[in-house]
Write a protein that binds this ligand. Structure first.
Ligand SMILES: [Zn+2]
Length: 146
């Protein structure tokens, strides 16, 4: 995890808030565009072990894979790394009286979740990308079925 940014910029996918509102459900809009958080243990993917690729629900960019997903038991889908650096961007988030690092899609700047470091998980990076299920869609790897 590098390059925590404080600035906004331009992104390959740019839409007005009206366009996002039309394309997303109210729940998706709240999390993706207003940095909301789904309640733990309620999302679609927190306990999913399906082999596949997770895409941004707002723009379709491939962001995470099942290879980096691990059981953090925190109630949200957790990954120890993104599919590749550059797929996501990082912003400093000081809301709720905490210093956290927000994770956004680098393609459309939609909110995904937060990343935490040094929690002691037995993973290659000791990072936990704590991502809202509602920010993602899962594309199952057809070859891995059965
Ligand atoms: Zn996106």
């Amino acid at each position: 995890m590098t390059n925590v940014e404080n600035t906004s910029g331009t992104f390959p996918v740019t839409k007005t808030e009206d366009e996002w509102r039309r394309e997303l459900t109210p729940e998706e809009y709240h999390v993706l565009r207003q940095a909301g958080t789904e309640r733990p243990y309620t999302g679609e993917f927190w306990d999913t072990h399906t082999t596949g690729v997770y895409r941004c629900r707002a723009c379709g960019m491939e962001l995470f894979t099942s290879k980096e997903k691990f059981d953090s038991h925190c109630g949200w889908p957790s990954f120890w790394a993104p599919l590749a650096e550059g797929k996501v961007r990082y912003l400093r988030d000081s809301t709720l009286g905490m210093e956290r690092v927000e994770v956004r899609c680098a393609n459309c700047d939609s909110h995904l979740g937060h990343v935490f470091e040094g929690e002691g998980y037995n993973t290659p990076t000791d990072q936990r990308y704590c991502i809202n299920s509602i920010s993602l869609t899962l594309e199952e790897d057809a070859a891995a079925k059965d």
